[in-house]
Unconditional design. Structure first.
Length: 202
């Protein structure tokens, strides 16, 4: 039960933008007790999140630590099929942009190098130009940094970072108030809708 709460906490703290449909995916690392069957815990959350279109996927497991990828399949499919993405991914051995195939390939790439391959940014909704900019500049010469290092549209990215941060605060506040992840998730969606309506009338 404690580990279920730990996953819930990680979902809220690191995946709020994905929970609120603002982003196709997020990542988090989690350390668990040696006797914990983490696959069972992930499967429990997958059953809970299925109706909401959210899935948890283990990208890497090392002893008692796991790297969990949380995604919305439909949104991820759209993200992987953005202009130029298939051509970019092909350089790293991705034969196509089918979600299941691409995730298996990403998992394999992480296992091969024991580190994050640069194309992982594509799987986290980072703009293609920023992913390419990071690779070309070897992580230097960026305009600003938030959820990722920005090389192209700084203004748009700063606004996006602010929205993600606002949503994270909303969800964390709900969880701290004693709401379960599902209730906090619903609160976030309501908060998001109200904000969008407010902007339309500005």
């Amino acid at each position: 039960m404690a580990n279920r709460y730990l996953i819930e906490k990680c979902l809220v703290e690191h995946c709020s933008a994905t929970l609120a449909s603002m982003k196709s995916a997020n990542l988090f690392n989690m350390t668990f007790a040696d006797d914990t069957d983490v696959e069972d815990q992930i499967e429990f959350w997958n059953r809970c999140m299925k109706e909401k279109g959210i899935r948890l996927y283990i990208l890497r497991r090392q002893e008692n630590r796991v790297l969990v990828y949380v995604y919305r399949k439909k949104q991820l499919s759209v993200s992987l099929n953005r202009p130029g993405v298939a051509k970019f991914l092909k350089k790293y051995g991705y034969g196509n942009t089918d979600v299941e195939y691409a995730l298996d390939r990403l998992k394999s790439r992480i296992g091969e190098n024991n580190e994050f391959p640069h194309e992982i940014g594509i799987f986290l909704d980072y703009p293609l130009g920023d992913v390419i900019g990071f690779i070309t500049n070897e992580g230097r010469n960026f305009k600003c940094v938030g959820c990722w290092k920005v090389y192209c549209d700084e203004c748009a990215c700063r606004k996006t970072f602010a929205k993600y941060k606002k949503m994270q605060r909303c969800l964390c506040t709900s969880l701290a108030a004693g709401k379960k992840c599902f209730a906090a998730y619903s609160s976030c969606l309501t908060y998001k809708i109200i904000n969008e309506r407010g902007r339309k009338h500005e």
